[in-house]
Design a protein around this ligand. Structure first.
Ligand SMILES: NC(=O)c1ccc[n+]([C@@H]2O[C@H](COP(=O)([O-])OP(=O)(O)OC[C@H]3O[C@@H](n4cnc5c(N)ncnc54)[C@H](O)[C@@H]3O)[C@@H](O)[C@H]2O)c1
Ligand SMILES: [Zn+2]
Length: 362
């Protein structure tokens, strides 16, 4: 395997490194070498990768958890901090997390509050967590019916990426990861978007170029979060595709995976940008064709424009009769557009659903 250069992320909470390893055994070895360790692991990952991870489970107090949105709650966090307390974790303990975004959010939030903060390290096991969420320090848990309502910033002390974990990941979750890869490529530059299309067409979604797509995505995100770690301004562009994406996730009770909803949400907001004269039609069509060809998902029921816009109104980023939509002008150039909840917004959404909807309705 080719050696993939590590990435160092500068953070006000302490710089940290993302390293790339070839084999799940290397992940176990790197984590096992850390002193005073406790761990949480996605129980499915523990089962599917039992052979390479078994030795670690035998030596480190490890809690296996089921990755559902119910885990990402105060109850789920309670279970993790009780695991820390019950295994005599101290202020100097490091909490290792092996899993996807659900485990990440739960573990990072727990590490942020146990004894007012202990270090945590992360081995992401889903494509979405490898290419996007593993850096940036954000962690959010759900409150009542609403997602990511409680949260903080707690950067990891280290991230260890091994794409071999993806051998066991479902097609739907691979596709979901590509939603964030697409978002970051369009945020990066025309060249990033061109490379993404070329590699996917040549190698497929699981091809050998995946590790370099993951690394490219993290590099793009790194430059943004280093400039604006606490989302004062620039970092808001990372919400590209997320406003309508979140609304779709909520309307379908998460039947559409997060990253797939983001790909769809950016296609919809591109259409709105095109209708408002911000984005050229050929660029809208170029991205749209990619979304249609790579993101297959059946939305369980017809979604109408009114309910989608209503969902956006409830978004925590909406306020006083308007929402800040992140719109593409061209790859590498995004603009935050203050958009009122008016008839024109709803009619553009309705037009998109009627003539251009990238996801099939079951
Ligand atoms: N903190 C952040 O910055 C951030 C960013 C984006 C998303 N998120 C959150 O991440 C969550 C979604 O995370 P996700 O998409 O990474 O997945 P996930 O953690 O929801 O896992 C998806 C499914 O894949 C399984 N799985 C995980 N790794 C596997 C593997 N290697 N092989 C087989 N199965 C595996 C899990 O058990 C689960 O069933 C959402 O709750 C979202 O809000 C957080
Ligand atoms: Zn996202």
């Amino acid at each position: 395997m080719t050696v993939v250069a590590p990435i160092t992320v500068r953070s006000a909470q302490g710089n940290y490194q993302v390293q790339f390893v070839d084999d799940v055994r290397d992940v176990a070895g790197a984590i096992g070498a850390v002193d005073n360790l406790r761990a949480v692991i996605d129980e499915r990952v523990a089962r599917l990768h039992e052979a390479p991870l078994g030795a670690l489970a035998a030596t480190v107090p490890m809690l296996a958890l089921r990755a559902t949105e119910e885990l990402k709650t105060l109850d789920g966090v309670n279970g993790v901090v009780l695991h820390l307390q019950g295994s005599d974790a101290t202020k100097k303990t490091t909490l290792a997390c092996i899993g996807g975004g659900i485990l990440q959010d739960t573990a990072a939030f727990s590490a942020a509050i146990y004894y007012r903060g202990i270090p945590w390290l992360f081995a992401p096991t889903t494509l979405l967590s490898m290419c996007d969420s593993c850096i940036g320090a954000k962690c959010g848990i759900n409150l009542g019916r609403f997602k990511n309502q409680l949260g903080t910033f707690h950067s990891p002390s280290r991230v260890i990426v091994c794409v071999r974990f993806l051998d066991t990941l479902s097609e739907a979750d691979i596709q979901s990861g590509y939603g964030e890869i697409l978002k970051l490529a369009l945020t990066g530059s025309a060249e990033h978007f061109r490379r993404l299309k070329e590699r996917v067409l040549r190698d497929g979604l699981r091809g050998s170029s995946l590790v370099s797509l993951v690394r490219d995505s993290l590099e793009i995100k790194r430059t943004i979060i280093e400039a604006d770690e606490y989302e004062a301004d620039l970092r808001r562009v990372l919400n590209y595709g997320h406003t309508f994406g979140h609304s779709l996730e909520a309307l379908t009770q998460n039947a559409v995976p997060h990253g797939t909803a983001v790909a769809w949400g950016l296609d919809l907001v591109n259409f709105i940008a095109f209708k408002r004269g911000l984005l050229a039609e050929d660029l809208f069509r170029d991205v749209h064709d990619f979304v249609v060809s790579q993101f297959r998902c059946r939305v369980p029921h017809a979604i109408d424009a009114k309910r989608l816009v209503e969902g956006v109104r409830r978004d925590k980023k909406a306020a006083e009769g308007h929402v800040n939509l992140v719109m593409l002008e061209k790859p590498g150039s995004l603009k935050i557009v203050r958009t009122p909840f008016d008839a024109s917004l709803e009619s553009h959404v309705a037009e998109y659903l009627e003539h251009h909807n990238a996801l099939a309705v079951a």
